[in-house]
Design a protein around this ligand. Structure first.
Ligand SMILES: Nc1ncnc2c1ncn2[C@@H]1O[C@H](COP(=O)(O)OP(=O)(O)OP(=O)(O)O)[C@@H](O)[C@H]1O
Ligand SMILES: [Mg+2]
Length: 446
């Protein structure tokens, strides 16, 4: 400021001195006024220039200039820079928050006082089939028209959630519809945050659990009812020895059926809870096949008078690693199915071979009735039987293939099923390369 006063005085003195030198003493005051006026004019011009720059583009403010206007420009520039930085920082923080909400597996929708969408994350947009940008400011109730949800949104009672079918079902999906649990949480007065959660898997698990309990109860109740009936007959009717022994035989059959069911259930729950099968325990395929053959021949004789034409082919001498009891059980299961579902006189061919990619394949091919295509994907479900009456005749409970599939998965392998109605089926257990090795190499190494 003193500099400014000094330059002002200097300009008047200079103006006065110049007038004195040129026009004489009488014009000194006029010169001084003119000098002062000139200074004021220059100052006004500088102020105007600064104003012009600020009007056009604040960032173009001169970084350093002389005098008070230069300093003013510099200070304004600094203040603006600081404010910009603050805005950028809070914007970054906001973006981080939004990114975190975007990453949430749950849908989040912010709704204003009028029920319009203020913001929503991608999960919610996908679930509702809306566009997170285009549909902003739209009324949510116009986009999600499920009556239960519309009533819930309007009720302003959000103590519980509401469950609806997702307005947008994923493309190509079949079976269960996507189910959403939606709950609103009010905040900041009349604003609302809607949280959505995909509970399809949860509902499916719950349905499966209920079905499972119903199935188990049903499977146990059937033989139990039969048994109770026989017991009553034995108690109330005078029977001769032959009839008595026939009843007892039938009773034994039913109790055996219950025992098998319980054993299969225990096997399944053991398979689910057990550690993965060992990779260092190797079993020769030859031994497993021999055991299968022995069982198969006995079963075939037991259930048919004609028997079956059974053949066992081993294309490669191999060893497989894993839990040998489980592997044996899976192989026997497939073979016993083939024998039980193929009428006497039919053919069953068991083959062990190495696939071109090095995996091992145990397959059982039969000339039985075959399975229609629509049943094939469901065969490995627990208690699933194509023909309940036929299966019941043969004593099956529909757990066999579920067990085989579990064993295959535990060993990193898979169960492949091919079948043609009227022609026969082929069930194959494929084991990964890591679990198969040639038997000859072992004897060399040993
Ligand atoms: N080789 C086959 N030929 C025709 N149908 C088959 C064959 N193997 C299985 N199935 C069908 O698949 C269903 C499921 O088989 P799975 O082995 O799981 O059960 P199950 O044989 O009925 O009973 P379990 O094996 O528990 O005693 C059978 O009920 C049968 O309908
Ligand atoms: Mg079976």
């Amino acid at each position: 400021m003193p500099f400014r006063v000094a330059t002002f005085l200097l300009a008047s003195v200079l103006g006065g001195a110049l007038a004195y030198a040129i026009f004489g003493l009488s014009t000194l005051w006029i010169g001084a006024w003119l000098g002062a006026g000139f200074w004021l004019l220059l100052d006004a011009l500088k102020a105007q220039r600064l104003l012009n720059v600020m009007r056009r583009d604040v960032s173009a403010l001169p970084s350093r200039g002389a005098g008070v206007w230069g300093e003013l420009a510099e200070r304004i520039r600094k203040l603006l820079r600081e404010r910009d930085q603050q805005i950028r920082q809070s914007d970054d923080r906001l973006q981080e928050f939004l990114a975190a909400i975007q990453a949430s597996p749950n849908g989040v929708v912010l709704i204003d006082e009028q029920g319009r969408i203020e913001w929503c994350n991608q999960t919610a947009a996908t679930q509702f089939g809306i566009d997170p940008q285009r549909d902003l400011q739209q009324h949510l109730a116009n986009l999600v028209r499920d009556p239960a949800f519309v009533a819930y949104l309007a009720s302003w009672n959000y103590s519980r959630d509401v469950v609806i079918d997702a307005p947008s079902q994923p493309a190509g999906h079949r079976g269960y519809p996507v189910r959403l649990s939606m709950q609103v949480h009010p905040y900041a007065g009349n604003r609302r945050m809607l949280l959505t959660r995909d509970i399809t898997a949860l509902e499916q698990a719950e349905t499966m659990r209920r079905d499972f309990v119903a199935n188990v109860s049903h499977e146990i109740r059937t033989p139990l009812t039969v048994l109770a009936g026989f017991v009553e007959t034995l108690q109330s009717l005078p029977l001769d020895a032959e009839e008595r022994s026939r009843y007892l035989r039938l009773m034994a059959q039913q109790s055996h059926r219950m025992e098998t069911l319980v054993n299969d259930l225990l096997t399944l729950s053991r398979l689910e809870g057990n550690a993965p099968p060992p990779t260092s325990q190797w079993t020769p395929v030859r031994a497993l096949l021999a055991h299968c053959e022995e069982e198969a021949r006995a079963l075939s004789r037991q259930i048919t008078t004609q028997g079956h034409k059974l053949s066992f082919l081993q294309e490669a001498e191999s060893e497989i690693s894993g839990a040998s009891v489980e592997l044996q059980s899976a192989m026997s299961n497939l073979l016993s199915n083939a024998i039980r579902y193929t009428p006497g006189g039919g053919e069953v061919v068991v083959t062990w071979r190495l696939l071109p990619d090095g995996r091992g394949e145990y397959s059982v091919r039969d000339t039985g009735p075959g399975v229609a295509a629509e049943h094939i994907p469901r065969l490995t479900e627990r208690f699933y039987r194509v023909d309940r009456s036929r299966s019941r005749e043969t004593g099956g409970t529909g757990l066999g293939l579920a067990i085989v599939k579990h064993i295959a998965q535990r060993h990193g392998g898979e169960l492949r099923i091919e079948s043609t109605v009227g022609k026969g089926s082929r069930f194959a257990l494929v084991l990964p390369v890591a679990r198969v090795r040639p038997a000859a190499a072992v004897s060399l190494r040993a």
